[in-house]
Design a protein around this ligand. Structure first.
Ligand code: FPP
Length: 232
């Protein structure tokens, strides 16, 4: 089995999973952290280099305040609670997204764990937090414009150069994008980065997603032929 270098997951269906059980939405998000752990374990066991998880979009800020607060607290606890796992499993932890909307306390903890794990050489686990694809492309364009202004001229720019301005700079584009819960949309996720990504959709709701589901996605990826626009 060929293991993709970068697997990214749109974790969807927590709310529906909770409703099916007659519970509040946050109950589903909490259960979703077990799926996160299972996928990390699988990634470590199989040598996946990058696992990125869409945890909170720019649009998610519009959800009811108590759900947003609950989700942020969950992130906060998860980041702090997994420090020992990151150390033992040699995991490098990164958070990518619009930092200006995150609380100072959450940022402090994120930075601490990022620094602590910066030299780890195993799996790179990326939490996409307060992230959206259009936001990313816009902030890249703004930073490129700033560099042009500072240089006093229009600087040369190609695809590789532009990718260097994206929030995901230095991280290879995803090979496989998985979305759970039966939705078949990209939902303003990594728009630039997913140009040649293979998409895999599953009806499984995120809190039910386990190692065997991830393996099924990877097996499906293995059966595909990636041509990048060429003929063979
Ligand atoms: C989508 O389900 C899920 C989210 C918006 C949040 C995902 C967050 C976690 C699983 C928390 C833990 C994450 C980490 C990285 C520790 P939804 O609420 O849109 O579900 P619905 O479509 O059924 O309403």
């Amino acid at each position: 089995m060929e293991v993709p270098t970068h697997v990214t997951i749109i974790m969807d269906g927590n709310g529906r999973w909770a409703r099916q059980k007659g519970q509040r939405r946050l109950y589903g998000h909490k259960a979703g952290t077990d799926s996160v752990r299972a996928c990390c374990e699988y990634a470590v066991e199989h040598g996946i280099r990058y696992l990125s998880l869409f945890a909170f979009s720019e649009e998610n800020w519009n959800r009811p305040a108590d759900e947003v607060a609950g989700l942020m607290e969950l992130m906060f606890k998860s980041v702090l609670g997994e420090r020992e796992t990151f150390r033992k499993q040699n995991i490098r932890f990164l958070v990518i997204g619009d930092r200006s909307r995150l609380s100072a306390e959450l940022l402090r903890n994120i930075d601490m764990v990022q620094e602590e794990t910066a030299a780890n050489t195993g799996l790179t686990l990326i939490v996409m937090l307060s992230y959206s694809g259009k936001w990313d492309i816009l902030q890249a364009a703004q930073r490129y414009a700033d560099d042009c202004l500072a240089a006093g001229r229009r600087l040369p720019l190609d695809e590789t150069g532009f990718a260097g301005y994206l929030a995901t700079a230095g991280i290879p584009d995803p090979d496989l994008m998985i979305r759970t819960s039966g939705e078949q949309r990209i939902s303003n996720y990594m728009l630039w980065q997913c140009a040649y990504t293979e998409f895999y959709y599953t009806p499984v709701l995120w809190p039910d997603f386990r190692k065997n589901d991830l393996e099924e996605a990877i097996l499906s990826y293995n059966r595909r032929e990636r041509r990048y626009g060429k003929v063979d």
